[in-house]
Design a binder for this molecule. Structure first.
Ligand SMILES: [Zn+2]
Ligand SMILES: [Zn+2]
Length: 801
């Protein structure tokens, strides 16, 4: 005790020497890092125990060390104990706050500094703070305050303020003004200042290409260029899509800079030049230039998007071979790119293996694997993953909602959309799109309308994806006028919008209007694509416009250079068969440039059924039995054809064949939306709570219909699509129950809209024609193939389905 007191008193007597010793010790802590910080802390501890009170530059040094070791609170504590802190201490803290992103605290300290003591360094600290934290306006404002205070900017000031200006610049004039400032400051040959100036010109070059030339002149005149100069210039060209100029500059580089290679590769990838990117990647390897995470993520996403799976796998193998112990900031983005590569190429299980092996995952990783499951239709696994996720963002919700909608799980999609809102997440237009598509699948028109209203309230009514989805929804729910209204009021349209509207008109039997719209599309200079021709051919087929359809088919290749695919041929066959032109149809099948597949034979079989062309129908059915022996539709169509011709024996044989092969019929069901609730009916339903009332109503309606000449068609009743066990009993089909329920429950005069999973049967089709006349209401039925609008005793399909 005595010794210690002595020691400290002797230290105290020679304060100057002690201060020098401490200063020297702190000087040793100069290299940054945890080791020197802990050394500095023990020096400070020694000062406290020995009673030495640091002042002046020693205290400033300590504040600096605490700031750099991220203990700003303690640094502030030291600072607050100083009666009159000098500008060095103030600037140290301002910089520390800025780095941390606490701009408010930094600014308070800056404003508390008397104007007389402010210097260029303190201004620089504050301007850099704004610039690094993305607040360009405040940085530029402070720069002009600085000049009012008559302080000369140095190269740090100019570099910072120019980088800040890059964030906010929106006109050419600002570029030129700052260029003048740089020239006046006499710092126009400092590399960092020039780099910042070039980057300012490059940013502005979005508005005019002459600015790009100004940037290039500055670049060419630079006495020395560093890595940043090259990459700024190359990236500038890449961003403008001028890949040739970028490449020329790149090829003229004297030394091969890794970043410049990456800029070039990512430019190629971004603009879809996958092969060029791969070629650069190979050259990089042969020239021995180090790859980093940016190189790998660019090249992997190129492979993922272009479907170059083999290349991508090779890159993966190379990474495994060469990167023995990758750092986390390398492996996270690279693994995310790998997960995407695998799922986009349909290899979800491999994607999952990469995902499972990742030591660290972020939202990007989770969303990637989720998208993988959703896109391959593995919804159950996606659902589990969704619940397991540690966090979710808008993309997560949207992927899952659309996933449900596109896989026929509309109800779950809508439930998730509601849950999203309950959890306080504001849906984006893509989430709305998913929910609207869910309504389209369910035929939930009322719900779809509510979503439409909500969409407008959220201000997404000009969204392209949502607009296209709304059109599809209204059309699929049978409200073709509403679809048309959306089409007319959409501010932006793409070919998807036109296709959707043409399809809507075609499906609802407005063939002529569909073709008119197609003409308008051509006149407005929008190029038709493969889908457009599918919808146009369908429209011709639904409306029986054979000659026009054939002409359009022929024009595809001749005028638009689109070679017809199998689905186009199937539509052509459908079109020809509808008109009973079987020899033409046969001729098309024989001269097709490829082997006809199931869609072509299905179209032929359907046509043969309508026209009772037994011979050709059997041929088509036999091909279909070979191609898809488990498909129930073929057996049912063929057996119905036999039944139609009164060939009961053959019909029974087809049925037996079906049973022998273990082919299960998809049970028929129909559904209708009443009061925002979807009601489902099965054949001879007994489950629906109000079904007895429906049967009674149907009986009453039947009497009225018979008075107008309706005779139940027993052929269909005997060998129908639905009644497995009741072949000889009169059964009531699901669509009849749903329509009757709608007539009972919907407001007077309202259109009845029913959806059925399978093709509508002949008897129901006839019955609905009579019903529409008896009740004087429109009945719309969407079956597995098309729409039927029954109005005043007629159907829009013209009895062809
Ligand atoms: Zn029926
Ligand atoms: Zn019809």
């Amino acid at each position: 005790m005595k010794n210690a007191a002595l020691a400290s008193s002797s230290l105290f007597t020679d304060v100057r020497a002690t201060a020098n010793r401490y200063a020297a010790l702190l000087q040793l802590c100069c290299p940054q890092g945890p080791k020197s910080y802990s050394l500095a802390r023990s020096v400070h501890a020694h000062m406290i125990t020995s009673g030495f009170r640091p002042r002046g530059h020693i205290l400033n040094r300590l504040i600096d060390i605490y700031c750099k070791s991220r203990n700003i609170a303690y640094a502030r504590h030291l600072f607050d104990a100083i009666p009159k802190p000098d500008i060095v201490a103030r600037t140290t803290l301002i910089s520390a706050y800025s780095v941390e992103g606490s701009l408010k605290l930094a600014r308070e300290l800056f404003d508390g500094t008397p104007v007389s003591v402010r210097d260029t360094v303190s201004y620089n600290a504050m301007i850099t703070g704004y610039s690094h934290n993305g607040d360009g306006h405040s940085a530029v404002k402070l720069f002009s305050d600085m000049r009012c205070d008559c302080l000369r900017p140095d190269n740090f000031t100019l570099t910072s303020v120019l980088s800040a200006l890059v964030l906010i610049v929106d006109d050419e004039l600002q570029c030129q003004q700052f260029h003048c400032t740089v020239v006046k400051s006499g710092l126009e040959s400092v590399v960092s200042v020039l780099n910042a100036l070039i980057s300012l010109y490059v940013k502005c070059a979005g508005f005019s290409s002459s600015l790009m030339n100004s940037a290039r002149r500055l670049f060419d005149a630079m006495p020395e260029k560093d890595e940043l100069s090259w990459t700024t210039m190359i990236t500038g060209y890449v961003k403008r899509g001028d890949l040739d100029a970028a490449r020329k500059l790149f090829d003229g580089m004297t030394e091969k800079l890794e970043v410049a290679w990456n800029a070039m590769i990512s430019g190629y990838v971004h603009h879809g030049f996958t092969l060029e990117a791969l070629e650069m990647f190979k050259r990089m390897r042969s020239e021995g230039i180090q790859f980093d995470e940016f190189t790998y993520t660019s090249i992997l996403s190129a492979c993922a998007n272009a479907g170059l799976f083999r290349h991508g796998k090779q890159v993966h193998a190379y990474i495994l071979r060469t990167e023995a112990k990758p750092a986390p900031d390398f492996s996270l983005p690279v693994n995310n790119a790998l997960v995407t590569l695998y799922w986009k190429n349909g290899k979800v299980d491999q994607a999952r293996r990469v995902f499972d092996r990742m030591l660290e995952r972020d939202l990007v990783s989770w969303n990637a694997i989720l998208s993988g499951y959703v896109n391959s239709g593995r919804i159950d696994e996606a659902k589990i993953l969704f619940e397991e996720m540690p966090g979710r963002n808008l993309l997560t919700w949207t992927v899952m909602i659309s996933g449900f909608a596109q896989n026929g799980l509309g109800e779950e999609g809508l439930r998730l959309f509601n849950r999203m809102r309950i959890e306080g997440i504001e849906p984006c237009d893509y989430a709305f799109t998913g929910a609207i598509i869910a309504c389209a699948g369910l035929g939930a028109l009322e719900h779809g309308r509510q979503l439409h209203a909500l969409l407008v309230r959220f201000g997404y009514d000009s969204s392209l994806s949502a607009g296209n989805a709304l059109m599809t929804m209204y059309a699929r729910c049978g409200a073709v006028e509403a679809a048309h209204h959306v089409f007319l009021t959409m501010p932006y349209m793409d070919s998807v919008s036109w296709n959707a509207m043409i399809a809507a008109l075609g499906q609802h039997g407005h063939g002529a209007q569909a073709l008119e719209l197609f003409d308008r599309m051509l006149k407005e200079g929008i190029l038709p694509d493969r889908i457009t021709f599918l919808t146009v051919l369908s429209a011709c087929s639904h409306a029986g416009l054979v000659k026009q359809g054939c002409a359009y088919f022929e024009s595809m290749d001749r005028i638009y250079g689109i070679s017809p695919g199998e689905d186009h041929y199937a539509r052509l066959i459908d079109l020809l068969c509808r008109a009973g032109k079987f020899s033409e149809a046969k001729n098309v099948i024989e001269t097709m440039p490829f082997q006809p597949g199931a869609p072509v034979w299905e179209a032929l079989l359907a046509g043969c059924r309508i026209h009772g062309n037994m011979d050709l129908g059997i041929q088509a059915a036999e091909r279909l039995f070979e191609l898809m022996p488990k498909h129930d539709g073929t057996y049912i169509l063929l057996s119905n054809m036999y039944a139609n011709m009164g060939q009961w024996g053959n019909a029974a044989e087809v049925r037996k064949l079906m049973r022998d092969r273990g082919v299960k019929k998809e049970p028929g069901c129909s559904w209708i939306e009443v009061g925002s609730k979807v009601h489902v009916f099965l054949v001879d339903d007994t489950m629906h709570p109000e079904v007895q009332e429906v049967y009674r109503y149907l009986e009453k309606l039947g009497l009225e219909m018979r008075k107008l000449g309706y005779i139940p068609d027993t052929k269909y009743v005997l060998h129908d699509v639905e009644s497995e066990h009741k072949e000889y009993a009169l059964s009531t089909h699901s669509e009849k129950l749903a329509v009757a329920f709608g007539l009972l429950k919907l407001p007077r005069g309202a259109t009845v809209r029913v959806l059925k999973n399978l093709r509508i049967c002949g008897d129901c089709h006839t019955a609905f024609k009579f019903m529409s006349k008896v009740v004087e209401r429109e009945i719309v039925v969407r079956d597995g193939k098309r729409f039927h609008h029954f109005r005043d005793g007629e159907c829009s399909c013209g009895n062809y389905w």
